[in-house]
Design a protein around this ligand. Sequence first.
Ligand SMILES: Cc1cc2nc3c(=O)[nH]c(=O)nc-3n(C[C@H](O)[C@H](O)[C@H](O)COP(=O)(O)O)c2cc1C
Ligand code: SF4
Length: 412
Amino acid sequence: MMKILTKNFGVPDSHLLKVARANGAYSSLGKLFAMKPEDAVQEVKKSGLRGRGGAGFPTGTKWGFVPKGTGKPVYLVVNADESEPGTFKDRAIIEKDPHLLIEGILIASHAIGADTVYVYFRGEYYRQWERFLSALKEAKEARIVGERPFIHAHRGAGAYICGEETALLNSIEGYRGVPRIRPPFPAVSGLFGCPTIINNVETLASLPYIIREGGEAYAKIGTEKSRGTKLISVCGHVNRPGVYEIELGMSIARFLAEHAGGTPEERALKAVVPGGSSVPVMTAAEALGGCLSYEGCEKAGSMLGSGGMIVMDESACMVRCLADIAKFYHHESCGQCTPCREGCGWIKKICERLEAGEGREGDLELMLAVADNMQGKTICVFADALAMPVKSFVTKFKDEFEEHIRFGRCPR
Ligand SMILES: Cc1cc2nc3c(=O)[nH]c(=O)nc-3n(C[C@H](O)[C@H](O)[C@H](O)COP(=O)(O)O)c2cc1C
Ligand code: SF4
C-alpha cells in the first residue's frame, strides 16, 4: 500500500526534526526553490490533487485564481479547524508528522507568493497546537523556515462554523466567526481584503510527495477523477476505529473488512456516513457496493467529504442518530440566515419528539419540507450540511421513522 501521508506515523518520535529528516522531511525543498512559482502551480495541477477539507476542489486550479500584480500581500491560510463530527485525520498529521505540514506550507507559499501564513487551529486542539509550535521552532533553528514566510499559529475558540473558510477569515481578523457573502471569493479578496488561499491540512501534507516525485507520479495513484491517497478516519460500530491511508478508489467493503476490522460481534451493517456528519447517509447495500472516491461515493448516494466515516450496525437507532446530528447543527448554526437558524431548531425539535415517542402524523413530511427550505438558500452550505442528512435518513430509513410514530416509542 502506497503511504504518502502516514509513512512516518509508526516511527518513534516522528514529530522531532531529526527523526523526520532521517525519513525524508524537507527533501522536496531543493527542487521546489529551483522552480518558478508558476511551475510549482503547474505541477500541482498535473497531480490532479483535490482539496481534502470536504469540497474536493482542485488545488492547482484554486491557486491559479490568485490575481497577479495587485500590489497587495498574498496570504496562505491553513485550515486546521477540523470540527466535523466523525473527522479526526488532520490532527493525526499535526501530531505525528508536523514537519510534513510545515513542508507543505513552504511549498504552497512559494507557489502562490505568500509572505505570511496563518495556521488556524481548532480551539480544542491544544496538544496539536503545541506540537506544531515546537516543530516550527525546530525548523526555524535549523534555518529551514526563515523570516519569510512568517508563520502564525492561531487558536480559535472552538466553533464548527469557523472551519468554513470565510468565517475562519473573520475569526482571524478578530470579528465574530460568521461566514461572508461571496463573491468576492477569498482568492481575490480574503484576509484583510487581500488575495488569500485557504487549504486543508491534509491537502498541504500531500504536496511534498507531488513536488519530490512529480505531479504525474501522483496522478498515477487512485482513479481518474480522484487522484492520490486519502486519509479516512473511521469510528462508530467497527472493531478498529482509527485513521487509515487508502489509495482513492478502494471499495468500502474492503476498507471495512481490512482496515476497520468489521462490526462488533459480526453484527449486520446497517448504514455508513462516509464523509463526516454533513453528507447523506448510505444504506448498507449502497455502502457495500460503493467505493472511496469522489465519484464512487456520489454514485453510491453520498459524498466523500472530509473522509470522516461513521459506521452503524443493526443495533443503531436511525432516529437517535439523526437527533444527535440535528442537536449538533442547531447548537453550531451562526444564526445569520433565517432558514438555517430556524430550520435547525425545527429539525431538532421534531427528531426529539419522535425519539420520545411523541411523533405526530405528518412529521416526516414536515422534516422534508423544512430541509427543502434550508438547502441552497443560505449564505454558506452549513444549512445543506443538515438538510442532506435529514433527507437521506428520512427517505432511506423511512420504515424506522414511521415505526417510532406508530408505536409511540423506539422499537429497538
Ligand atoms: C460548516 C463548514 C465547516 C467546515 N469545516 C472545515 C474544517 O474543519 N476543515 C477544513 O479543512 N475545511 C472545512 N470546511 C471547508 C472549507 O470551507 C474550505 O473549503 C477548505 O478549508 C478548503 O481547503 P481545501 O481546498 O484544501 O479542501 C468547512 C466548510 C463548511 C461549510
Ligand atoms: S447557513 Fe447557517 S451557518 Fe451558514 S451563514 Fe447561514 S446561518 Fe450561518
